[in-house]
Design a protein around this ligand. Structure first.
Ligand SMILES: *Cc1c(COP(=O)(O)O)cnc(C)c1O
Length: 411
């Protein structure tokens, strides 16, 4: 996507590939098997000297068309799609890491990713959780065995923003793989390649798909990491261009062997949703900014966490790096108010655990999504019992303002 704009390139990407009927959408290919009249061709596809499809678990033309779109958005060299965002993360980690390796990860993480790291710990992979808003903490945690640094762009639910650029420089200098989960910003607001990330993960379930009707995940190789410096690439995958070693191993070991394949129907829904990512994001960010201002002056609200507010500790960083400040927000009601009564009173806003939807969603976090990790870890992540996470949608702003206003009055 060198000359065309973000949305134009997405809208016309399917037409760049040949199609039997000139369809503007890639058809939904549900076939598991692919028939070859000449066995020599099948052999070539298996051995990688010819492109093609052999079995649905390893991909199909519909998911491949989505991979092209993800790649356009992230401006990577190759992308692979998975059944969910968690599948993309777990497959990548398990494909690339081994017992004895060390990871440095942000202490402020999506709850299930935090839980996944705990599982990796039981497999002999050590994890250091650090406050990644300060790059010095990451630098201090690096060891000879550190194979990966992992951060998210905007942390959920307190909206801390890691020193994305500083960590990128540090990883480049030290030759460590830098993996960025771009879900909360989406490639429309931020491209992690700009801060030298080697791999970019997106939960397609969130803003990219955007409509809460399909699960999906992706991994993009930006081409910036030198895989020749990575000790765990299997001999089989070292025959190709070194730039493709990492994504090839993720595809073979992570997607093919672990099997969390994205279904064609989901890929189609996500691809359709992605066409309006820029429009939805612009509206989401405008709504979120207006709501953050409303909450920050409302007497029932004790605190607002939103990177768009000038008092946010990383406001300047967000302003420099991101096109806008996203749709995720944390609010704390005054302690004498009943947060469950507030949530129960909402009429437009939905009480739900999802985020990145067209609809505005709210959830009390300590009792739900961050319940399993326990009070101590919640405290260390700065998650108070009264914190409510909001994922702002694209509704008409007056309806959102009126709904929050009446619900706060009821609390
Ligand atoms: C939702 C989410 C994931 C996981 O994605 P799923 O598609 O739900 O599996 C990973 N990272 C972040 C930051 C998320 O918000």
């Amino acid at each position: 996507m060198t000359e065309q704009g973000f949305t134009t390139a997405l809208l016309h990407s399917d037409r760049q590939q040949p199609d039997q009927y000139r369809a503007v959408h890639r058809p939904m290919h549900t076939s598991v098997a692919y028939a070859y009249t000449d066995p020599a061709d099948l052999i070539k596809v298996f051995q990688g000297s010819q492109s093609g499809y052999v079995y649905g678990r390893q991909g199909n033309p519909t998911t491949a068309a989505l991979e092209i779109k993800i790649n356009l958005m992230e401006q990577g060299i190759a992308s692979a799609c998975f059944a969910t965002g968690m599948a993309a993360l777990s497959a990548s980690f398990l494909a690339l890491l081994r017992a004895g390796d060390h990871i440095v990860a942000s202490a402020f993480l999506f709850g299930n990713t935090n839980s996944l790291f705990a599982t990796l710990g039981t497999l002999g992979i050590e994890i250091s959780f650090v406050d990644a808003t300060d790059c010095d903490n990451v630098a201090a945690a690096l060891r000879d065995t550190t194979r990966m640094v992992f951060v998210e762009t905007i942390a959920n639910p307190r909206t801390q923003i890691a020193d994305l650029a500083g960590i990128g420089e540090l990883c480049a200098l030290r030759g460590v793989l830098y993996v960025v989960d771009n879900t909360l910003t989406s490639p429309y607001l931020f491209r992690p390649a700009q801060v030298q990330a080697g791999l970019v993960v997106n939960s397609l379930t969130k803003y990219i798909g955007g409509h809460g009707n399909a699960l999906g995940g992706s991994v993009t190789d930006t081409g910036l990491f030198d895989w020749q410096r990575f000790p765990h690439i299997y001999a089989n995958y070292r025959s190709a261009d070194p730039k493709l070693w990492g994504i090839t191993q993720i595809r073979k070991k992570g997607l093919r062997d672990m099997g969390a394949t994205l279904q064609a129907e989901s890929a189609h829904r996500i691809a359709t949703g992605a066409e309006t990512l820029a429009l939805r994001m612009d509206k989401t960010c405008t709504n979120a900014t207006r709501l953050a201002q409303f909450f920050s002056t409302h007497p029932a609200i004790a605190r607002v966490y939103y990177p768009g507010l000038s008092e946010h500790p990383q406001h300047q960083r967000a302003k420099t790096l991101f096109k806008s400040f996203g749709g995720l927000m944390g609010i704390e009601l005054r302690v004498d108010l009943d947060r469950l009564a507030f949530l129960k009173q909402l009429r437009v806003v939905i009480c739900s655990s999802h985020l990145g939807d067209t609809r505005t969603l709210a959830i009390p976090v300590a009792d739900t999504i961050y319940w399993e990790m326990g009070a101590e870890r919640r405290r260390s992540m700065g998650i108070s019992d009264s914190l409510i996470r909001l994922s702002i949608g694209i509704e008409d702003i007056d309806d959102l303002l009126a709904d929050f206003d009446q619900a706060l009055a009821a609390a």
